[in-house]
Each structure stands twice: as C-alpha cells, then as structure tokens.
Design a protein. Structure first.
Ligand code: ATP
Ligand code: MG
Length: 567
C-alpha cells in the first residue's frame, strides 16, 4: 500500500490511560482504537498482525490434524445449565435473551458447544480420536478489563478441543498440542516459559500455561533453575517447612489494645511474624470459613477455592459485619478458638507443626499466646494453602525458587470426562460397550499474543516487529516526495518488491523526512529502504528497524537484502 492511501492514524502523544507499553504503542501506531473500556476496534495495521498470528496458529493446528470449524458466539443457556457453568461462570458471563425470553450467553469459551456437537455425531470408537478448533471472538465480562488488548471483554481466541477414547489418547493429544504451541510461539518470536497451571476451575487434571515473559505481566510464575520445575503462582507448591519440637506451654490471654496488623503485633510481642498464625475469614454462598496460615506467609486463594470446591466468583473476604458476628469482637482479633458455631476451620498443614504461636482471641483488644494445634483447636488440614515466594524451597529438589512475570498467551488442559459426563457424550468401544469420551481443551489468546509481542519488541521510538508477524515486511520511504527522481525510484522499488510477493509500504507522502522516519520507527516495519539524494545514481539506504544501522547500496542489492530477510 501507499502511505497516502493507508489509514494509519498515528498519535504523537502517549495516551494517558495506557499503562503498558504495548497498549500505548498500539494506540500511537494507529493499530487499535478503544470503543469502550475493554472493547477495541482493530484498524488496518493491527488487523493485519491479527491475521498473521491467526495464520501461524492455523498452520500449526492444521499440521497436527486439528480441523478448523466456526461455532456461534451466541450460545443457548441450556447447554451451560447442563454442565453447571451457567452458575459457575457467575458475573464473567455476558447473558442476554431473545424476543421470546429464551436465555443465551455470548460464549466465554466453548467446551459445552463442541461437546454438544460431537455427542450427536460421534458414536463409535472408529470416529476417535478427533481434534477440532476455531478462531473466534470470545466474550468475558472481566472484573478489571485493562492493559489494552491483554485483558478485554471481547477478544480473539483460538480454542481447540480434543476427543479421545481414553486417558492415554487424551495425553497424546495434549503432547501434540504442546509441540504445536511451541512452534506457534517460536514463530511469533516470543520469549516464553511453559509452566504448570491450575486446572481446578476447568475441572480437569493436568494443565500448562505458556507465559510470554514481561516485567509488567499480570501472571506471576515460580521456577526452579536446578530441576526445571515451573508453575504459575496460583499453582506452585509452596515448599515452606516448619520444624519445631518445643514443649507446649500454657495458653495465656494477653491484653493487646489497638494492636491489629502483623507488624503491630511483631512490635508488641517483640517477636517475628513466624510466631503468629493468621486467621482469615472468608465467605462463600454457603458458609463462613476461617483459614489459618503462618503469620509470615500469604494465602493462595486459588488453593483455597480448590479445597472448598466453589466457583471462583463465590469466594470473598468476609465483610466487617460477618467478622464481628462470628468472632464476637472488632475486626483484627479473629482466632480459631471460640468462633461462632458452624464456622468451617481450614488449617494449612504448616500450622500443625508450629509451637506456642499467637492468635487473635475473638475478643476485642485481646490475643492468645502459646496456642498449639491439636491441643487447643482442630480443623480440616489442607496440605498447602500458601502463596509461593521468591526463595521458597522448590518442593521437587529443594533449591530456592525464582519468580518472574509475564502474560499467559496460551494454555492446554486435560479435561478428562467432566464435560462428556455432564453432557452425556459417549461412544461405543470395540466390545459395543458405552464409554465416556475423554477430552482436552486448548486455548491461545490471539489478540493477547499481539500485545505480548509488542511488550517484548519495542524501543523508545516504537514497535520493532519480528518479520513473521509484521503488518508489512518492508517500507520504502521517499525522503523528499516532491523530487521527481526520488518518487520515481521509490515507486519502482515498491513495484518490484510487490511483484516479488513482499508486503511493502511506499511512504510517498509530501511530509518532512523527519515525520516519515518517526512514523516508520513507530509502526515498526522491520525492513526499510530510504530513497533520498542519491536516487539519481540508483543508490539507496537500507536498514533494519532492529538496529537502525543504515548502509548505502545499489537498488538491486537493497532489494536482494529485503528478499533474503523475508525468506
Ligand atoms: P486469565 O488467567 O488471564 O484470565 P484464563 O485462564 O481465563 O486467562 P483461558 O480461559 O485459558 O484464560 O483462555 C485461553 C487464552 O485466552 C488465555 O491463555 C489468554 O491468552 C486469552 N485470554 C483469556 N482471557 C482474556 C481476556 N480477557 N482478554 C484477552 N485475552 C484473554
Ligand atoms: Mg480469566
């Protein structure tokens, strides 16, 4: 395309609402525009990149014999009610009804819809295994849509579903997806880590997430350099251990007027946070739960959700009223002894190993010291409810864990039979016996991947696209478009590159050279040819956006360089 015909509304200023560099650059480079919070329009440049990423995904899915389909985003409530997710999804689901009051939702994901399709069509073991996918728009009413394309209410996802006869088959399909994802994200040029994810919410067993590394990413991961263990912070096992064989001392109530936080308590008792046990009060739709963890550690809510087996949106911290009701005290003095009847007590296993710790007394301005699990109170013991921290021992090999941040661009799940059971998707095996289909579910955030690439490929002047996903591969800038010989040579190079299949922009605008170079930097086209003063001698400048090192050369050589780089 010629720049004079392209719609690239670039912005000089950094938009105030954009925190992440990818969000800023997507807006500034004229690639997206916000419609409302969490909903974006893709402009021509941005949409070209989306299509590039989609095609990479498509090629790699096709290569493992997953077959492309397209399901409706508008899905009937009945299916979601069958699986139980009409309730479980909670406020994240966009619900609506038609003129006859029939309920629908805009699909946040499509396990039910795909399972529904195959339950009527797949009847025999001979039709399995089967792998289907789609690239489609998803809708989620996110609590905090933010960071531009990273967390939207409407976004583009590739979702694949595998159907197998048995767990072995499901695992083989999972491994194939894994390999395909590696190819996809390698081709996109991303620096990423593959980590264990929490499969609780989806109802499956094994799950891995592909995290594109980025300092400001929303996902936190823990990893071990010595044994390669890596997991999201939600999933990572906290290897914190407690060894204490002190004699149990007598319980003692201590007056602690207006001492509430762990820091204040540390000062008051002149001891470390590891001498305390925190009692955190939570509410679900069914009950109030007291969770006990070591005072120097943080609760991992995902692990608690898994223990409680409730949908994520149903767990919330108890409000002040509830706290006062179940403790009979002001906020800040909760403890495990003397809670109102019916409060469920869940204890992290480390608490059972601590000796003579301090807890709230369930009485305003009082704490209790020398408390011991077993002797003074009991509860349901959960192996691990703690959030990992940098330096915690790896539970596999004991080395200190490291932490990093990034954005989840893809994830693979072994679902097992959760959905086939709920929707009764079965097949007849070789012996004519009815069996549940064993499923997997595998997503890639196509639009989030676009943002993740920019997070990793930018400098102070703009985006630096990897060639594989660049909206155009090359840009020919006519330095002074008022000069006939420059415009002529620029157009000739542009035509030739186009005829050779190169995706190229001709910047033929009658703008100052500085403006054109700035725009070229901003939109980040990887290969560039500047046609300037030496045009009459058939000499141009070739450079890469990556390093901006310009070298003068003959036209043919510059064209050759472009062709080579694209190949
Ligand atoms: P997250 O933990 O970030 O909310 P998720 O676990 O809900 O993600 P999945 O349901 O596994 O995500 O969806 C598959 C992929 O879709 C994710 O790996 C991610 O890349 C992308 N994705 C999920 N939610 C959003 C969103 N709100 N906006 C953009 N992309 C998203
Ligand atoms: Mg989510």
């Amino acid at each position: 395309m010629k720049m004079t015909e392209l719609y690239i509304p670039t912005l000089r200023e950094v938009p105030a609402e954009a925190e992440l560099i990818s969000h800023q650059l997507l807006l500034r480079a004229g690639m997206i525009r916000k419609l409302v919070s969490g909903v974006y329009t893709y402009l021509p440049l941005g949409y070209r990149v989306i299509k590039k990423i989609e095609n990479i995904v498509r090629e790699e899915m096709d290569a493992i014999n997953s077959q492309e389909t397209l399901m409706s985003a508008l899905t009937p409530s009945e299916l979601w009610k069958e699986s139980g997710r009409w309730e479980d999804f909670g406020p994240e689901m966009f619900r609506l009804h038609d003129r006859n009051s029939r309920e629908f939702c805009l699909g946040p994901t499509h396990e039910e819809v795909f399972t529904d399709l195959i339950r009527y069509e797949v009847k025999s073991y001979k039709q399995l295994p089967l792998s289907l996918y789609q690239i489609q728009t998803k809708y989620r009413d996110e609590k905090r849509p933010r960071f531009g394309l990273m967390r939207c209410k409407e976004f583009i996802m590739k979702d694949a579903y595998t159907f197998d006869r048995d767990v072995e088959g499901m695992k083989a399909a999972y491994d194939k997806m894994w390999d395909a994802y590696v190819k996809v994200f390698d081709r996109c040029g991303l620096d990423y880590k593959i980590v264990e994810g929490d499969a609780g919410a989806m109802g499956g067993s094994d799950s891995h997430e592909f995290i594109a590394l980025s300092e400001l990413g929303e996902s936190v991961i823990a990893y071990c350099d010595s044994c390669n263990y890596a997991a999201t912070d939600e999933k990572a096992v906290c290897g914190y251990t407690v060894e204490n064989s002190d004699e149990m001392m007598d319980v003692e109530k201590v007056h602690t007027p207006s001492v509430g936080t762990i820091e204040e308590l540390e000062k008051f008792f002149n001891t470390g946070a590891d001498s305390f046990v925190k009692t955190l009060l939570y509410k679900t739709s069914e009950e109030t739960v007291a969770v006990l963890i070591p005072g120097n550690k943080n609760l991992n809510e995902t692990k608690l959700i898994n223990v409680l087996s409730v949908p994520e949106h149903e767990l919330e911290m108890a409000d002040d009223e509830t706290v006062k009701d179940v403790t009979g005290a002001e906020v800040g003095f909760a403890g495990p002894m003397g809670l109102k009847e019916g409060v469920r007590i869940i204890v992290d296993s480390r608490v059972t190993k601590m000796r003579n710790f301090i807890v709230g007394a369930n009485e305003t301005d009082y704490h209790t010291k020398n408390v011991n699990y077993g002797r003074d109170f009991e509860g349901e013991v959960a192996e691990d409810l703690l959030m990992v921290e940098e330096g915690d021992a790896c539970h596999k090999c004991g080395a200190p864990l490291k932490m990093d941040r990034g954005n989840e661009v893809g994830n693979i799940f072994q679902l097992g039979t959760k959905y086939s059971k709920a929707l009764n998707a079965t097949y007849l095996d070789e012996n004519g016996k009815e069996q549940l289909i064993v499923m997997g579910s595998h997503g890639i955030g196509v639009s989030r991947t676009l943002a993740a690439v920019i997070e990793q490929y930018n400098d102070e002047n703009g985006i630096i696209w990897p060639i594989s996903v660049a909206p155009y591969q090359a840009i020919v800038t006519v330095v002074n478009a008022k000069k006939e010989e420059q415009l002529e040579l620029g157009t000739k190079i542009y035509d030739e590159l186009k005829s050779k299949g190169i995706e190229v922009i001709l910047d033929d605008r009658k703008e100052r050279a500085g403006v054109k170079f700035k725009d070229a930097d901003l939109i980040g086209i990887p290969l560039r040819i500047n046609v300037g003063k030496m045009a009459s001698e058939n000499i141009v400048e070739f450079s890469l956006r990556k390093d901006c090192v310009k070298s003068e050369m003959g036209v043919d050589e510059a064209i050759e360089k472009v062709l080579e780089a694209v190949k």
